[in-house]
Design a protein. Structure first.
Length: 176
């Protein structure tokens, strides 16, 4: 009879409700308490170092160009050996959507997603992270990768004078 089915459904619902009333609450007092996240969780961004301890970032602006919300900015500089680096590097985490496109675009593996959860802040300006805040001592994933072992500095001859290398194009010669 339909009436017995209805009563059974109501009692089933009440039983579920009462069973949850007897369980321990699962409220976590974030940010004081942090729950363990799955290993593949991506909650923040770091700048990594190469195996020799040098900064991997060559300030190529690719991550900045790939970022859909324009929250990465930097300025490029060169050290006396010609090695490029970021004079400053800034991420505005108040705009970051943790999409990972910056890490995908990075040719040097400098910028990587981290499984750390980004900390809550009350002030927006506290969510602007500088290079000093982002740079870690480790290599992150692919510990052996060193961009400068493949390219960057240390070419023996001027540009165009190395093996299998074409002479550089004079952009002015392309003008109409
Ligand atoms: S994770 Fe996405 S939104 Fe955040 S800095 Fe990288 S590209 Fe921009
Ligand atoms: S983090 Fe990577 S993509 Fe971004 S500027 Fe540095 S080297 Fe280029």
């Amino acid at each position: 009879m339909p009436i017995f089915n209805d009563i059974k459904e109501i009692l089933t619902g009440l039983a579920i409700t009462f069973s949850h009333m007897l369980k321990k609450p699962v409220t976590i007092q974030y940010p004081e308490e942090k729950r363990p996240m799955p290993p593949r969780f991506r909650g923040s961004i770091v700048l990594t170092r190469d195996p020799d301890g040098g900064e991997r970032c060559v300030a190529c602006y690719l991550c900045s160009g790939a970022c859909p919300v324009d929250c990465i900015s930097m300025a490029a500089a060169e050290d006396p050996s010609g090695r490029r680096y970021a004079a400053w590097f800034r991420i505005n985490f108040s705009r970051c959507i943790l999409c990972g496109l910056c890490a995908e675009a990075c040719p040097t593996l400098a910028i990587q997603m981290s499984s750390e959860m980004f900390p809550c802040k009350r002030e927006l300006m506290d969510m602007v992270y500088e290079k000093e805040d982002l740079l870690i001592d480790g290599t992150g994933k692919d510990a052996e990768y060193n961009f400068y072992r493949h390219s960057g500095i240390g070419v023996a001859n001027p540009r165009g004078g190395n093996r299998d290398e074409q002479p550089p194009v004079d952009a002015r010669s392309l003008l109409p």
